[in-house]
Structure formats: structure tokens, C-alpha cells
Write a protein that binds this ligand. Structure first.
Ligand code: SF4
Ligand code: SF4
Length: 464
């Protein structure tokens, strides 16, 4: 293996002759994450980016631990193995983007595999290097318009939730011929599963459930008062699960309100490398969310990717922003919150309905939050419930599971997960990420029930 090329940009650290000293492999220091220097001109310098890609690709080539995580690493190792030199220096720079294209920023390599993350002197942050490469591509105008359209989740949802358009959108979804046509506009594979749209949105439905009548009680890190960030997907595509979340929270003595207004969390735009759009969404959301925290509310969203956005990605983009830090500290995953309440004896555990066999998938964007398998722990408390716990990538990963170029690969990634769920013969397939649950179910036959969000299963178990 050739010596890796030292990085040119200031944020990166050259690979030292020996990494066994302070900051070396096997060191006991906790992993840290450097802020993302996305506002510096150097971030978009293509020569510096290529040098850093070459440096990190070379470390990965010598390591290869992540080969089974996603398609990005096999793509890199195939490029190396088919090059003239059998080293990273034999890969054409114009092929670097093939690796970037396969990364959907799940963060698993950073959080679960890589021994070279900071404070290690080799300073490998593979997901954020991929993000930087995506941002450079986006700035150069290399991201097709069809992909950009696909990530306009708020605008899409708003349009598709107008009653007559809801019907039309769902009809297009069900018609193979119309799907083919729409697929060209949006870069969607004709066989990909697309969610239904609902004109009776979650924000409309939940408004009726929020009458007074709950006396909140603080416990530990929770204040017993939750301001809900419904999310685009929750609002337009899974309003029932959001309603179920509100009913479960209130059943457990937690006061709930909706945040005053909300835009997309920004994750779909982050995955595209459109950091200016992430910034616009951040400007919309953060003052409202920070105000809710100042007014005495905890924050919650039902989609793990959106929690991760406020907990990790936005704080790394704006490390100096007080509102961002306030929101980061106050936002919770629903099952994390309920299990914190359980610790204080404040969770109701009288269940009336057995769930039977549940194939439960823990999504990557929840796993990398390092909160532990709280959903699994809570579902396991329900009598008459047998869980098949699946901790493996579902292959959906934002738009990766529906785009024409990546759909087949995403189904390949999903295949072992769907097969494992199928073998278990579940009554329910479930994941905290509703898109992951749908994608897994899409690869299965003979489902007994439609995929269900774990919070909907919890409501069912309560019999409320
Ligand atoms: S962040 Fe996820 S998709 Fe990207 S390279 Fe790492 S494991 Fe693969
Ligand atoms: S990201 Fe880290 S663990 Fe994964 S292949 Fe690269 S160096 Fe190895």
C-alpha cells in the first residue's frame, strides 16, 4: 500500500509515521466530531478536496473494515483493484465521484466501525468527507434538476395534500404507465415503493386532540411537556402514526402541543449537498424551536433522521449558534423519551393487547444517536409480543431507495433484511423509520398486516 497523500486543507491531519502514540488506534479517548467548515471557501476547493479524498481513500483501502456496510466501500475497493497500480493513486480523479454517489450519509461507518475517527491522528470522517464532495458537486451545478425536485419534501407535501391533488398523486402512484412518466420527471424508479399522500394531514388531525386535561410532571431530563415537530413525512404521509404518538404521550400524562410552524428539517437537502437550502430551513425552524424550549417545552419528532439533523448535523454546521445548541439539548426520540419517563416510574405499563410476532428494524439514523435500543426495550415489555430485532441497513436511505440509478442496489442491500423478516413470519413489520419499514415490506411476500410505526403498535398494545 502506498503512503497516503497528506491533506492540503487545514482541517485535515496528515497520516503520521506511527499512530500508536496519543490519538492512535486503541486509544481510550472518546470519539469527537469536528465542526463542518462549510462556510469557508477552502471547503469548496476541488484540488484540496481531491487530495483529501485520496488520503482517506488510501487509509480505507488499507483497512477495508467497512466493506459490508454499503455500496460506497465496494465501489472504492473495486476501483483500486481494477486500477493499473492496484493502489488509490491508480484511480482517475474523475472516478472519485462514483464512491460519493453511493454514500447516503447514514453515518454507520463513522459511528460503529472506524477506529481512525478523531481524536485519532489520522482524522478520518468518511461521511463528512462524502458530504463535502456532494456539496462541491452541487455548487458546480452537477446535480440533476430531477433529483433536486425529489427533495422538495415540504412543497411536495403541501401540494399533494390539497384534496383533489391527493387523489391524483395517489392515482399516479398506483398506475404503472403514469408512474413511468412521473418517474422521468422525478428520477424515480418505476418499481420503487412510494408513500401515499393524505389531505387530512397530521397537523390538521392532531389539533383536535390537544384539549387541556393533562397535568405534566417533570422527571430527570424530561419536563413532561412536548412540542411536536411533526416533520414533512409525518404530516403528509403518515398522519395516523403522528396521531398515535400524541395519544400515547397524553395517555402517559405528557402535555403535547405542535410547534407553531415548521419547514423541512433539511436532511434530504443535506444528502444532496445543497447546504444553502439546509441553511434556509435552519433559519425557518430554529427560532421557533428554540422559543418553544424557552417556554418550557421539550422537543420531539417521530422520524429518526429529523432528530439526527437537529442533534448532530445542524450543530456541526453551526457550532457557535446558541439556538442550535438549545435545540440540540432539548430534542428527543419518542421511545427515548418514554423510556426516560419509565425510569422515573411515569410510564404506564398496563397493556391490554398482545402484538404477536413483530419484525422490528432499528434504523441507522437512530442507532448512530447512541441512545440505545429504546424502542426494542419498550416493545419487549408488552406481554404476548415476540420480537425479531434487526439492526442492519434497510437499503432505503432517503432517496437512494427510490431513484432510478440506485433502486436496484437499494433492493440488494434490503434483501437480507426482508428475508430475515419473512422467515420470522411476523404479524407486523415495524421500524422507527417508516420509509425503511415500507422498503423492507416491499421486498417481502404475504404480509399479514401493513407495516406499522412502533408508536402505532404501542397504542394498539395499550388498547386506547
Ligand atoms: S455514511 Fe453510510 S452510506 Fe456513507 S460511506 Fe458510511 S456507511 Fe456508507
Ligand atoms: S471508514 Fe474507517 S473503518 Fe471504514 S474502511 Fe475507512 S478507515 Fe476503515
Amino acid at each position: 500500500m502506498a503512503e497516503p497523500v497528506p491533506p492540503a486543507e487545514p482541517a485535515a491531519t496528515p497520516r503520521p509515521a506511527s499512530a500508536s502514540a496519543r490519538g492512535g488506534e486503541g486509544g481510550l479517548s472518546a470519539p469527537t466530531r469536528h465542526p463542518l467548515a462549510w462556510r469557508d471557501a477552502a471547503f469548496y476547493d476541488e484540488t484540496a478536496l481531491h487530495q483529501e479524498l485520496e488520503r482517506v481513500y488510501d487509509i480505507c483501502h488499507g483497512c477495508r473494515r467497512c466493506v459490508s456496510l454499503c455500496q460506497a466501500f465496494p465501489t472504492l475497493f473495486d476501483l483500486v483493484d481494477n486500477s493499473a497500480t492496484l493502489e488509490v493513486d491508480g484511480i482517475a480523479k474523475s472516478d472519485y465521484g462514483k464512491v460519493v454517489e453511493q454514500c447516503y450519509l447514514c453515518d454507520l461507518c463513522y459511528q460503529t466501525k472506524c477506529p481512525y475517527v478523531p481524536p485519532h491522528a489520522w482524522n478520518v470522517d468518511f461521511p463528512h468527507l462524502m458530504l463535502r464532495a456532494k456539496a462541491v458537486e452541487f455548487r458546480k451545478g452537477e446535480v440533476p434538476a430531477s433529483r433536486q425536485r425529489l427533495t422538495r419534501t415540504t412543497a411536495f407535501g403541501k401540494l399533494a395534500s390539497i384534496p383533489v391533488i391527493t387523489e391524483a398523486a395517489n392515482a399516479v402512484n398506483r398506475s404503472p404507465a403514469l408512474r413511468k412518466l412521473a418517474g422521468k420527471l422525478l428520477d424515480v424508479h418505476p418499481d420503487a415503493h412510494l408513500p401515499e399522500f393524505h389531505s387530512n394531514t397530521a397537523r390538521r388531525r392532531v389539533g383536535k386532540l390537544l384539549q387541556p386535561g393533562v397535568s405534566p410532571q417533570a422527571a430527570g431530563a424530561t419536563r413532561g411537556r412536548v412540542a411536536l415537530f411533526v416533520t414533512c413525512y409525518g404530516n403528509y404521509n403518515m398522519p395516523q402514526a403522528v396521531e398515535d404518538l400524541v395519544v400515547v404521550l397524553r395517555h402517559n400524562g405528557i402535555e403535547v402541543k405542535l410547534v407553531e410552524r415548521e419547514s423541512c428539517c433539511g436532511m434530504p437537502k443535506l444528502e444532496l449537498g445543497d447546504l444553502q437550502a439546509v441553511d434556509r430551513y435552519k433559519q425557518d425552524n430554529l427560532p421557533v424551536l428554540a422559543q418553544a424550549v424557552s417556554d418550557g417545552w421539550d422537543l420531539m419528532t417521530p422520524i429518526p433522521s429529523c432528530v439526527l439533523m437537529f442533534r448532530q448535523e445542524i450543530p456541526l454546521m453551526y457550532p457557535e449558534d446558541a439556538q442550535v445548541q438549545t435545540v440540540k439539548r432539548a430534542i428527543f426520540d419518542p421511545f427515548e423519551y418514554l423510556m426516560l419517563r419509565h425510569k422515573a416510574g411515569l410510564l404506564k405499563t398496563q397493556f391490554t393487547t398482545a402484538l404477536g410476532r413483530v419484525a422490528y428494524h432499528a434504523p441507522c439514523h437512530q442507532r448512530v444517536q447512541n441512545i440505545g435500543p429504546k424502542t426494542k426495550e419498550l416493545l419487549a415489555m408488552i406481554p404476548g409480543t415476540e420480537l425479531e430485532f434487526i439492526e442492519r441497513c434497510s437499503g432505503h436511505n432517503g432517496t437512494y431507495g427510490i431513484r432510478r440509478e440506485t433502486y436496484e442496489l437499494s433492493m440488494k442491500i434490503a434483501r437480507p433484511v426482508s428475508a430475515r423478516a419473512q422467515k420470522f413470519a411476523p404479524d407486523f413489520v415495524s421500524s422507527d423509520c417508516p420509509m425503511a419499514a415500507d422498503h423492507i415490506a416491499h421486498g417481502m411476500k404475504d404480509l399479514k398486516n401493513a407495516p406499522a410505526h412502533p408508536i402505532s403498535l404501542l397504542r394498539r398494545a395499550y388498547g386506547i
